[in-house]
Design a protein around this ligand. Structure first.
Ligand SMILES: O=C([O-])CC(=O)C(=O)O
Ligand SMILES: [Mg+2]
Length: 220
């Protein structure tokens, strides 16, 4: 059934942002985390979205904000307990995303056994590119993502390195959390995460598909 709203601006729908952590072995290892045997999940609220032209804000309580470049999957058709072999029918398209992370706060949360909300879910913690229609990425399990800070390459990875594939993630997540049209799944970051400073310029891309730029700022 045709939708009355346009997924080209999916971030305006106010739907869920479901993030997968530790989905690349090389990133799990760089932060000295165990390689997971099941997906690690956390959420960001829709207020985390920021699009090009607006800045990423360093939260006032953090002194170590990290970038994590990730492929995002935009859900076009909702569902619960979606079988893996039907999962791709539920995808409308993609977006390049940054999972901005207050690493100092996350480290403290890990030590204290507390949830990651303050580290992951603050305003502007989810910069996104324009919507990329599904047809533009023939194989989302084999695209190169990269991120530069002030022109210097920091992250480069291929989605073929993901531990859990996109169909597996859609199936796994939808058994626990019903997926709805307009939801976004962040599929995890490859290695190379590092600190950003106020006034830095972040540039990120999916090779041959999209690129985007954001500046880092601090609220007055
Ligand atoms: O904070 C982390 O390292 C977990 C995560 O989001 C990722 O692996 O993309
Ligand atoms: Mg992440």
């Amino acid at each position: 059934m045709a939708s009355s709203r346009n997924l080209n601006r999916f971030w305006e729908w106010g739907r869920k942002i479901i993030c997968v952590g530790r989905n690349y072995t090389d990133h799990a290892k760089e932060l000295k985390n165990a390689v997971p045997t099941e997906p690690v999940l956390f959420l960001k609220p829709p207020s985390a979205y920021v699009t090009e032209g607006s800045s990423i804000m360093v939260p006032f309580y953090s002194h170590n904000l990290h970038h994590e470049v990730e492929l995002g999957v935009v859900i076009g058709k909702g569902g619960t307990a979606i079988p893996q072999n039907a999962a791709m029918d539920h995808v409308a398209g993609y977006a390049l995303c940054l999972d901005m992370t207050a690493r100092d706060v996350q480290d403290e949360c890990k030590t204290k056994g507390l949830p990651w909300t303050l580290a992951k879910a603050f305003n502007t913690s989810c910069p996104v590119s324009e919507f990329i229609p599904k047809e533009k990425i023939a194989d989302p399990g084999n695209v190169k993502v990269w991120l530069k800070v002030n022109g210097q390459l920091r992250q480069e990875g291929n989605t073929s390195q993901m531990i859990f594939s996109i169909p597996f993630l859609i199936s796994y997540i939808s058994e626990i959390i019903t997926l709805e049209e307009g939801d976004l799944i962040l599929t995890g970051t490859p290695k190379g995460v590092s600190s950003v400073q106020v006034h830095d310029e972040l540039q990120a891309g999916i090779e041959g598909i999209v690129s985007m730029k954001f500046r880092v700022d601090r609220p007055q």
